[in-house]
Design a protein around this ligand. Structure first.
Ligand SMILES: NC(=O)c1ccc[n+]([C@@H]2O[C@H](COP(=O)([O-])OP(=O)(O)OC[C@H]3O[C@@H](n4cnc5c(N)ncnc54)[C@H](OP(=O)(O)O)[C@@H]3O)[C@@H](O)[C@H]2O)c1
Length: 333
């Protein structure tokens, strides 16, 4: 296969450390035992992809690089007995688009262990509208449910609500009957969030952390935090007794300054969510839920259509916190 080429979004670094990107054709990598070659139909834009597309050293260590932590497509060649030519498969996380070349390409070579058969209830496009963001949102929601949270316990607060993880968290929670308070920095997106199920929408001031007290009024049964930093620290102070928070994000900072009081006086639990290396059985369970019981009727309304030609502008927007919903990249023939 290496004599064939693939069209991809290539990130390169010059000797003077300038990062530049271009669409180009490169040789399709050789397959090892256990690998599968996929004709990619769709990928998506996650915050991590934007970091990869700009050569962030915390994400990309080897150049040239192809971003894309998500991909869905059709098997062209398989060196693993679990997959056959013509199968529709999706891949999210693991080392895709980070240590290994990812889905912003016409072709992808990935270990079979990283692939999930596309659930029959989802179209290729729907699966990438979910992508890593939706998969992470679903893991956050599942953490709350496993903790024992019920709709009647009170409202759930979601930060970074217009983002990929945030918006799908709002939708999944609302679909399960929860009252959702969405926190956003985008005043023009309040109606958009209400359309997707938020009962109330407030500005980021709600979690700005100007209050220095170790505990604030316990207004929420639970929270999903996609931002980190002060936002997470403040959210913890506002959770009621025996509630919980699921955290996954870092757009607002990687450090949290908190006290032990939410934990020892209110028994709050903090669940960390990792999507990249989610174990296979848990991964399959989440995808099945997303395709069946938790399937979102209005999922595609969150979609922003992108291509490898237009994605650079969206990369700038997402890094500036100005992107809403899910960027889905259609890969041209
Ligand atoms: N742990 C995991 O496995 C995992 C998986 C997926 C994503 N993540 C992380 O989760 C986070 C969200 O990912 P995403 O793909 O959903 O990104 P995204 O689409 O860019 O969403 C992030 C949202 O956070 C808000 N925001 C941005 N900058 C902010 C700031 N400085 N302070 C407060 N709020 C800010 C914005 O929403 P508003 O304008 O509505 O406030 C933005 O839309 C990222 O840090 C990403 O790396 C982690």
């Amino acid at each position: 296969m290496s004599s064939q080429t693939m069209n991809c979004f290539l990130v390169e670094k010059s000797e003077s450390n300038d990062v530049r990107t271009r669409l180009t054709a490169v040789a399709i990598p050789d397959l090892n035992d256990g690998d599968v070659l996929i004709k990619v139909k769709y990928s998506s834009l996650n915050y991590k992809d934007a970091m990869a597309a700009t050569g962030h050293p915390g994400i990309v260590r080897n150049f040239p690089h192809v971003p894309g932590v998500d991909a869905v497509g059709v098997v062209l060649e398989s060196r693993d007995s679990r997959f056959s030519v013509g199968d529709e498969v999706l891949a999210t996380g693991h080392e895709l688009g980070v240590e290994r070349w990812g889905g912003w390409s016409s072709h992808l070579v990935a270990p079979a262990d990283w692939l999930v058969p596309l659930p029959g209830e989802l179209t290729l496009e729907e699966s990438m509208t979910i992508g890593t963001a939706g998969f992470t949102a679903a893991q956050c929601v599942q953490a709350l449910l496993k903790h024992g949270c019920k709709a009647e316990d009170g409202p759930v607060i979601v930060s970074g609500a217009t983002g990929g993880v945030g918006s799908l968290s709002v939708m999944l929670l609302a679909n399960l009957g929860f009252d959702v308070l969405a926190v956003t920095g985008k005043p023009d997106r309040h109606d958009w969030l209400k359309q997707f199920g938020a009962s109330e929408v407030v500005g980021r001031d709600a979690l700005a952390g100007n209050e220095k007290r170790p505990l604030l009024k316990g207004e929420f049964a639970a929270g999903i935090d996609t931002v980190g930093g002060q936002v997470l620290a403040t959210m913890l102070k506002k959770i009621q007794h025996r509630g919980c928070v699921a955290c996954c994000g870092v757009v607002g900072g990687g450090e949290i300054s908190t006290t032990v009081y939410p934990f020892i006086l209110r028994g709050i639990a903090l669940y960390g969510i990792d999507s990249a290396w989610c174990p296979d059985d848990a991964r399959a369970e989440i995808w099945t839920k997303l395709a069946t019981d938790w399937k979102l009727d209005d999922l595609l309304e969150t979609k922003v259509d992108l291509s490898l030609t237009t994605v650079n502008e969206a990369v700038e927007q997402i890094l500036a916190g100005k992107f809403s919903g899910r960027g889905v990249i259609q890969i041209d023939e």
